[in-house]
Design a protein around this ligand. Structure first.
Ligand SMILES: CC(C)(COP(=O)(O)OP(=O)(O)OC[C@H]1O[C@@H](n2cnc3c(N)ncnc32)[C@H](O)[C@@H]1OP(=O)(O)O)[C@@H](O)C(=O)NCCC(=O)NCCS
Length: 240
């Protein structure tokens, strides 16, 4: 849109450096505490190691998500394409205060859990994915980010929604999450219902990992586990 200036001006143009535009497009970041790293034995004996994703891993993660988004089964396609955008949004600084956790077994990327801090009171779950099936990796990943939001960030509320039956069962049902009135409250993932935990509800589901996966998280990581997971790599094939 253009209008004639209502007064004489000395310069007809004001030029911006893009570095001056960036602070306006990029939300100011909160100083989020780090996820402390955790491990949990799965029912089949494999050890799942959960740590924060690293920005240098983004190209490989995107490469793998390009393949996952083509899997037209169990909603891997819609979740895969949205996770691709979220990983890129984190790398390109176009998400407000995201957190991205990866689950590794011997360095192989087998699980993802991400979310973001909406306000100091409310944190949002974005997505959970498991790239090796039947191990309940997804359940451990969802529990990890819920723990991060409720125990470490000390959010008053944790908002989730579910695109898939497996996701709804894993967290909506098994954490007995109530919903907010709909359509007054809508999750940013397509305007779906908001399922939530507040601090009293979270107190009731702290045993979730033990009940559903068979063990609790261990935050003391032995050297051999850290060493086994030193080199991040994506699975050689997509077998979902
Ligand atoms: C939802 C999700 C994270 C759950 O993680 P997970 O429990 O580690 O993953 P699985 O899909 O292997 O297991 C979920 C259930 O699916 C069923 N299932 C999985 N693979 C199966 C197979 N090959 N044959 C039969 N049933 C199978 C089982 O009932 C299983 O439950 P169980 O643990 O009681 O055996 C995972 O299914 C996933 O990544 N789905 C696609 C993305 C998605 O929907 N994310 C959630 C967004 S709301």
């Amino acid at each position: 849109m253009k209008l004639t200036p209502p007064v004489e001006v000395s310069n007809n143009q004001i030029v911006f450096d893009v570095s001056e535009i960036e602070p306006i497009l990029q939300a100011p970041q909160m100083k989020l505490p780090h996820w402390p790293e955790a491990m949990i034995p799965l029912k089949d004996g494999r050890i799942l190691f959960i740590r924060e994703a690293k920005l240098e891993e983004v190209p490989e993660m995107l490469l793998y998500m390009e393949k996952v988004m083509k899997v037209q089964k169990d909603f891997f396609d819609i979740v895969g394409v949205r996770v691709y955008a979220e990983i890129l949004g984190w790398a390109r600084k176009r998400l407000k205060d995201p957190f991205t956790l990866v689950g590794l077994i011997d360095g192989e990327w087998v699980g993802l859990a991400n979310g973001r801090v909406m306000t100091e009171e409310i944190s949002l779950s974005l997505h959970t994915m498991a790239f090796t099936r039947r191990g309940r990796v997804g359940w451990a990943m969802y529990y990890a980010k819920t723990y991060y939001a409720m125990e470490i960030l000390k959010a008053k509320e944790w908002w989730s929604t579910f695109e898939s039956y497996n996701g709804w069962r894993m967290a909506g049902i098994e954490m007995a999450q109530p919903t907010k009135p709909w359509p007054q409250f809508q999750h940013e993932l397509g305007g779906a219902r908001v399922y939530y935990l507040d601090q009293p509800l979270w107190e009731n589901v702290k045993d979730y990992a033990f009940q559903m996966i068979g063990s609790n998280f261990n935050f003391e990581i032995p050297d051999e586990v850290r060493k086994a997971n030193e080199t991040f790599h994506i699975p050689a094939k997509v077998d979902l």
